[in-house]
Design a protein. Structure first.
Length: 657
């Protein structure tokens, strides 16, 4: 029969683990738990790294770790530090024995690896260590002298768009620290302003992770109901081991649900790669670009069992993920066949303490048959970034707003689907890919389109990790049906940073064929020879029944495009009564005249390079009949464009959270 082990702050690891004789540490429960068992943790604060020794045997025989119902359980990768000596003003100092850190001292470990870009490009590196005052992370400075009188920073530069953005917490920028690592101790000097660190709660992170096995294939584990915080996670590019504050470490079938996950130095939840297929080799060896090592990692992973039977199929749902330095959820290869749904993700990579090309609320590589649904993502450097091999993936019913950028799909061949989302940030969608279907979205920011001809990336046998081929990205082969585009006087890119093709609407597709027949006709008229003929003809795009308002402009070849005159605006607000998030939309007269039936896989041309249809995960034709708030559309009825069945002319308010 399954066993339930109990853990309490009053317990002992020499106890039996019963309700009357609980264990003291969760990790002791992990040593004892067998398939089918449950580890129930009671209220209190636990400072440890939980490292499961084994997993379950199936979805029906999981090992479950849970907070006791109705009890608040906190697991931290940090330790409290006392004994601070006052130096001057708000400056204090303490020497921490290096033995506290175990094998790895995060204050001696730089944030380093493939695709790291440091602020200012020439500044000294930052480190994995962190200092927290009453739960708030302080900024690291590069010399002890900078601790004395740090300036208050009100603005930051967005590295991607070149625009100046407001600092999310200007007052916090005067709370800073510096660490000097010696042979026996690490001396931390910090400016706590008016706080006395010997009376306040001051913590430093000492552990790499909070909940993650060191072994691979600890499968079928559930982690439910905890607050998980303050881990010294390293930079997690797709060419490296990708540890998170919590994650399965190359396994199958984890469920991470109903947790609060915050203050990871780099990544909160990792569904990512392991080290044997590459671990920052471009940065270490300097002989090949990271792109080449990433390509090699795909083939190396296939040799160690990268397939549905051994890796992926995780569920990350109903979590509150916030204040992480790189990503809220990250993954390469290990994220396949997973579902990320109904999470609240915010304040990810916005402080610009460090920067690199792997940051987002959700950042996935090789997202094969991944579902990203019903998430509220805001206040992030980038909302969702799908990079490489986005195939069979669906981004549906998400609310993205207040991000520097909302959705970026890079060097993928499709088929992938983006439907019934709100993308309300000034930079809404960036497509460096092909083979996407964008259905019934509200797009309130710019759309950027870029080909990528210098990186050939893999594509797969449908619903499989098996590589079918690889190709570069000429762009196009996209489908846009039933979307609402809202223009506006926004300048999302600073002078000198403007991309080649961007604007409100789909006019950036100008010059492309508007149908498969037109594409074939252009091929027949092109010079003879495969190379010249195919390279010289742009891929077709398929657009119809989209609505453009507020100055947004359609693709010249679109069928039944509706351009509305008059003002249009979109705003996402949180009501003060605490009754959830609401979306307010104002649309001009004439919007109600546009009606269309729900769009499905049988209505969409197949993707050209992959030769695949738009399908559900089980291989049946795509069904896209559920709107942003869960309303099911009748296949025989007609509905307005956009993500809500109840969208209408004038000003409408909708509860979306």
């Amino acid at each position: 029969m399954p066993t339930e082990y109990h853990v309490a702050v009053t317990g002992s690891d020499q106890a039996a683990g019963t309700a009357d004789a609980p264990l003291r540490t969760i990790d002791r429960g992990a040593q004892l738990a067998q398939p089918g068992d449950t580890v129930t943790v009671h209220a209190g604060e636990y400072r440890e790294w939980v490292r499961p020794r084994r997993g379950g045997l199936s979805d029906a025989r999981r090992i479950t770790y849970r907070a006791a119902p109705g009890e608040h359980v906190v697991i931290k990768g940090s330790e409290r530090v006392t004994g601070w000596t006052h130096v001057d003003g708000g400056v204090w100092e303490v020497a921490v024995p290096n033995a506290l850190f175990g094998d790895v001292n995060p204050f001696a470990q730089p944030i380093w690896g493939d695709w790291v870009v440091r602020p200012g490009r020439g500044e000294p590196v930052k480190h994995l260590g962190d200092v927290y005052l009453d739960g708030r992370s302080l900024d690291e400075v590069t010399t002890p002298d900078e601790v004395t009188d740090p300036p208050r920073r009100t603005e930051l530069v967005d590295d991607w768009t070149g625009t100046t953005v407001a600092h999310p917490d200007p007052d916090a920028t005067r709370y800073v620290w510096h660490a000097s690592v010696g042979e026996a101790a690490t001396t931390i000097r910090a400016n706590f302003q008016d706080s006395d660190p010997n009376e306040a709660l001051v913590e430093i992170n000492v552990r790499r992770s909070v909940f993650s096995p060191e072994l691979h294939h600890c499968d079928w584990i559930t982690v439910r109901g905890f607050e998980l915080a303050q881990a010294a996670t390293p930079w997690a590019p797709p060419t490296a081991d990708q540890p998170g504050l919590i994650g399965p470490n190359w396994a199958k079938g984890w469920i991470i649900e109903d947790n609060e996950i915050h203050d990871s130095k780099c990544s909160g939840v990792s569904l990512g790669k392991e080290a044997s297929t590459g671990d920052n080799w471009s940065a270490v060896r300097g002989d090949k670009p990271g792109y080449q090592y990433q390509l090699e990692s795909v083939f190396a992973a296939e040799q160690i069992g990268w397939d549905r039977e051994h890796v992926g199929s995780h569920v990350v749902r109903r979590n509150h993920i916030h204040h992480c330095g790189q990503t809220g959820v990250v993954g390469h290869l290990g994220c396949v066949f997973s579902t990320i749904e109904d999470n609240h993700v915010h304040d990810i990579a916005t402080r610009r303490e460090f920067y690199g090309h792997e940051i987002a609320g959700i950042k996935l590589h090789a997202a094969v048959d991944v579902t990203i649904a019903g998430n509220d993502i805001h206040g992030c450097s980038l909302g969702i970034w799908l990079d490489w091999q986005t195939q069979g993936t669906r981004v549906t019913r998400n609310l993205l707003h207040g991000n520097s950028r909302d959705l970026f799909v890079e060097v993928s061949h499709g088929p992938y689907v983006v439907d019934h989302n709100v993308l309300a940030s000034p930079v809404a969608i960036e497509i460096f890919s092909q083979g996407g279907a964008y259905l019934h979205n509200l797009v309130a920011g710019t759309v950027r389109l870029e080909p990528v001809l210098d990186r050939a990336t893999p594509y797969h046998v449908p619903h499989s990790t098996q590589v079918a081929g690889y190709a570069n990205i000429p762009g196009g082969d996209d489908r846009w049906v039933g979307n609402v585009f809202v223009g506006g006087d926004r300048l999302p890119y600073a002078p000198g940073h403007e991309p080649a093709t961007f604007g409100h609407g789909t006019a950036g597709y100008a010059g492309r064929p508007a149908s498969w027949d037109e594409y074939r006709a252009r091929l027949e008229a092109a010079p003879a020879g495969d190379h010249a003929r195919f390279a010289g003809v742009a891929q077709a795009v398929y657009l119809h029944d989209n609505v453009y308002a507020g100055g947004a402009a359609p693709f010249e070849g679109e069928a039944r495009a509706t351009v509305l005159e008059g003002p249009a605006s979109v705003e996402v607000v949180v009501d003060g009564d605490g009754d959830g998030r609401r979306l307010e939309v104002t649309l001009p007269d004439g919007f109600d005249a546009v009606r269309l039936a729900p769009v499905g896989g049988l209505d969409l041309p197949p993707v050209r390079f992959v030769g695949a249809e738009f399908e559900e995960l089980d291989g049946t034709p795509l069904v896209a009949t559920t709107d942003l708030v869960g309303t099911t559309k009748d296949a025989d009825a007609t509905y307005p464009a956009g993500p809500l069945a109840g969208l209408a002319s004038g000003t409408t308010r909708h509860r979306v959270g």
